[in-house]
Design a protein around this ligand. Sequence first.
Ligand SMILES: [Zn+2]
Ligand SMILES: [Zn+2]
Length: 367
Amino acid sequence: MTETVLAAVMVAPRQPIELREFPRPDLPPGAALLRTASSEVCGTDVHLWHGRLAGVPYPIIPGHVSTGTIEAARGPLTGIDGLPVREGDRAVFFDVHRTCGRCRACTVHRTPTRCSSRRVYGITDSANEGLFGGWAQAIYLEPGVAIARLPERVALEDYIGGGCGLLTAVHILERAEIRLGDAVVVQGAGAVGICASALARLAGASRVITIGAPADRLALAREMGADTTLDLPSTSRAARLEAVLAATNGEGADVVIEATGAADAVAEGLDLTRVGGRYVIAGHYTDAGDSAINAHRHINRKHVEIRGCWGSEPRHFLRALSVLERHGGRIPFRKIGAGRYGLGELNEALRDAEAMRVPKALVDPWK
Ligand SMILES: [Zn+2]
Ligand SMILES: [Zn+2]
C-alpha cells in the first residue's frame, strides 16, 4: 500500500462527495489497519447525506460496516471470539468502537446503545481525525475495536450483503423473543426487513409474512425465509389486515416487526398484532413524524407489548457471524447487496439508495 490512502468524504449534508487523500496512519500498540475490500451505502448513509442525524461532525468518511484484510497490526490482536487475528487475515469489525461504560445508560439502565459518548465508524467520527469509515481504501482500527477474523466458510459478499441490516435484525430478534411456532409479520422489505424475515424463519416462526415493495425485494424476502409477501402499493391496509387475520386464525400475528421508518406503519402494525402480542419498532431511526394510534384499541385493550430497538451491541455482531457461518451458504445474504460503486461513484450510489433502486449499494474502493 502506498503512503497515502484514498477516501470518499461527505463534507456536509447535500454536498457532493469528495475524494481526498489521507496519510497512512501510525499505529499505536493494539491498533491495526484494515485494507478495505468492500463497504456499503445503507439507509443510514442516505440519512447522513440528508443531514437528518444529530451531532454528526462533518466532514466524515461514511461506511460503518465493511470487510477487508488486516494490512498491518501493532502487537498481537485478539478477536471478539477470543481467537487471534493476524496480518493477512480476512477480518471484520463491530462499528461501535467506543461506549464509556460509566454513564447511567451504560451501567444503570444497561442500554449502551444509548450511551452519550458512543462512537460509531462512518457516523460519529470526523474525517479530520483520520480513517474512521469504510468509504476508503483502508480503515484505521483503533485499539479496543471489536474485530473478528471472518470465518473461513463466510464469503465477504455474504457478510457485506447482510451488513448493518443483519446486525440490526439480530438485535430485533432478541427484542422480539420469537417462540417456536409464532406467526410473525415484518413490515418493510429493505435490508433490515429482509434480514429480519430470514432470522424469524431461523428462530422457529411457523409463518413469516413480509410487507413491502418493490416486487424484486419481496421475491428476495421469500427466498430468504418469508412464506408470504404482501405488496404495499397494490394492496389496501384493510386487505393486508384481512390477509394476516386469515393466516392467523383470525387473531393477528404473535409478533410484528416494524422496519419501514414510515409514520403510518405503526398503527397498521398494531392492528396486525394479536391480543397479548408484541410489536418491535426498529425502522424509525430518524424522526418520521408522529404516528396516530388509538391507545384504547391499539394498546390498552389489546394488552400488547411495544418495544423499541436502537443500534446494536458486540454480541449481535458475534451472533451475526455465527448465523452467517452456519446458514450463509443457504440463505443468500449476498443478494441484498447490489451494484459495486467505486469511490468516485458514491454520489450516484447515494442517489440510487435514496430512490430505493437498490436495497443496499456496495462500495468497492479499488474499482
Ligand atoms: Zn456510556
Ligand atoms: Zn448501515
